[in-house]
Unconditional design. Structure first.
Length: 194
């Protein structure tokens, strides 16, 4: 008799279906190949989903349907792909006293390799990119300030970029990230310089 009353009331059916959909969306999430997640229970990290592993084959990472405790756990998603750090033009004074306007490869590239450390130290990928951008500018000025301007046109340029990448990587590791690439796109004399 209860089932008959329930079936005759379409509003009850609709509300039940909506309730089930809401509960299932709060219980299950989909981890894609390109994302890793930090599961937070009442704001505290409890586990990592689909963590980045450098030698892992695509399709074997643990992506798929993930369960969580509704109302108690939420997931902070972090990109596993290589991300860009945009850097503004930097003015550098070389050892031969030339001021150069240097534009690093419109970006440095990084990847989050430890999502838990990244979440604990800086919180979001956007904040990480801002922090790395500031540090990249500083490292670029420091490294290029030790060299003559001609070194930017010589094979020594590769070594300069390796030094910048290495020193930037030391800082990036503290945030759970890894610098993949840094390059100088161009270096010009300031406008009006003969």
């Amino acid at each position: 008799k209860f089932g008959d009353k329930f079936m005759k009331n379409p509003i009850s059916i609709a509300l039940s279906v909506v309730g089930l959909l809401v509960l299932s969306s709060m219980t299950f999430a989909v981890a894609t190949e390109t994302r890793q997640g930090v599961v937070l229970r009442f704001g505290q990290p409890v586990r990592i989903i689909n963590r980045f592993h450098p030698k892992e084959d695509f399709g074997r990472s643990g992506a798929g349907l993930v369960a969580r405790i509704p109302f108690m756990e939420n997931i902070v998603w972090i990109d596993k792909r290589i991300n860009d750090v945009e850097m503004n033009r930097q003015q550098v004074l070389s050892t031969d006293q030339l001021r150069l306007n240097v534009l690093a490869h419109e970006d440095a590239r990084f990847r989050v390799v430890d999502p838990l450390q990244m979440y604990r130290t800086i919180g979001t990928e956007e904040k990480l990119a801002i922090q790395l951008s500031a540090i990249l500018g500083s490292r670029l000025r420091n490294e290029l300030g030790k060299r003559p301007s001609a070194s930017l046109l010589s094979p020594e340029r590769g070594q300069v970029m390796d030094n910048i990448k290495r020193s930037l990587n030391i800082v990036a590791r503290q945030y759970g990230a890894e610098i993949v690439d840094v390059r100088i796109k161009r270096a010009d004399l300031p406008e009006g310089t003969p």
